[in-house]
Ligand binder design. Structure first.
Ligand SMILES: [Zn+2]
Length: 359
């Protein structure tokens, strides 16, 4: 255990002489370390040590308060709530705060303190905070409007009204993880996200079972920059959601449809055709081979046929079924074993990539 004993210690009882240009600086006490040097030293320490260092003296506390932009308290297995309550008023320049928990500790008063004091936050991780209520979400919405990345996965008590309110105020959001927010993620909330958060690039809606095509289509229309969307376990969505995404989100690179039992070949052909359109566009405007889907999870989508899935695979060079790369994920679909990426030997090379193309 490392401890610091206040601000009046010498460096082992000796004077340290530093030369900076023409000026010689005599450092006699811990508090005399130049701020730049202190921040350099602190950047080498873990978050626990930084917190301890902030208690060395007023000078260090002020320097750390002013200079610390990133803090993770995920290592804290007990008393995280009290720690956040004590640190939030000091570390007001934080831009990134990670409060992920293995067992739920955070309560609304700590998140409210963060929202009140840390107004520059851009990245906030509150995942697995089961104890939090809507009060936290309203506070974050009001206090942290510069958020670009928010993770509230597993926060199952939030309501869709509170999430919609947050979307209306935090309009710079680019990455949003709502996995398991069963109550919060309704079509109404997704309509608010589609309406206000037009810069959104990544959204995780895993196991949000209320979501229907209405909500996903609002996203497709409102968030044209969407690159990653996880809809795993969204049991109600149909082909209409995928078709809207294929039509309206040209940057889509990763799509998770695990366990979406209503998805049929129609959705696959819309993805394949959308990529073909991109190819035509690229031939005029340039582009690179990394365009198109890079990850597609259709595990347990048991209605799909091999030819439809092969069409998507053929139209997206970055999709692979081969071991090691495995970015087209089809586990649980026993009838899709004949689907292969280009680098595998295809036993059925005559499979047509599209149903109506002339051969
Ligand atoms: Zn491959």
């Amino acid at each position: 255990m490392v401890t610091f004993s206040g601000g009046s210690e010498n460096f082992g009882g000796k004077m340290v002489k530093m030369k900076g240009g023409d000026v010689s600086v005599m450092i006699t006490e811990w508090k005399d370390i130049p701020v730049e040097l202190l921040m350099k030293i602190l950047s080498l320490l873990d978050d626990q040590m930084v917190i301890i260092a902030s208690h060395v003296c007023h000078g260090w506390r002020d320097a750390i308060s002013f200079g610390l932009s990133r803090l993770s308290l995920s290592w804290c297995s007990k008393n995280m709530n009290n720690l956040v309550l004590s640190l939030a008023p000091k570390f007001t320049k934080l831009q990134t705060l990670i409060l992920r928990q293995d067992k739920p500790q955070l309560e609304d008063n700590a998140v409210e303190a963060v929202a009140n004091f840390c107004r520059d936050l851009q990245i906030l991780d509150l995942s697995k905070s089961f104890k939090l209520t809507d009060s936290s979400l309203y506070a974050v919405a009001l206090g942290c409007r510069d958020l670009t990345k928010l993770n509230i996965s597993g926060c199952s008590a939030f309501s869709d009204n509170a999430l919609a309110y947050l979307a209306s105020l935090c309009r710079k959001l680019k990455i949003l993880n709502l996995c398991g927010c069963v109550k919060a993620v309704s079509d109404t909330a997704l309509q608010a996200i589609g309406h206000y958060c037009n810069e959104l690039q990544s959204l995780n809606l895993g196991w949000c079972e209320q979501v229907s095509d209405v909500g996903v289509m609002s996203l497709a229309y409102g968030c044209p920059d969407l690159r990653t969307l996880d809809l795993c376990g969204c049991l109600l969505i149909t082909d209409d959601s995928v078709i809207a995404l294929a039509d309206r989100c040209p940057h889509l690179r990763s799509l998770g449809l695990y366990f979406c039992k209503n998805i049929t070949d129609r959705a696959m052909y819309s993805l394949a055709q959308s990529k073909v359109n991109n190819k035509m566009w690229r031939s005029v405007n340039g582009g690179n081979d990394e365009d198109g889907l890079r990850t597609l999870n259709i595990s347990q989508c048991t209605s799909l046929s091999p030819s439809a899935v092969q069409a998507v695979c053929d139209s997206s060079p970055a999709l692979h079924t081969c071991s090691g790369r495995h970015s087209l994920i089809i586990s649980g679909c026993l009838n899709l074993t004949s689907v292969h990426c280009a680098c595998c030997v295809r036993p059925h090379s005559a499979i047509s990539p599209f149903p109506h193309s002339a051969h």
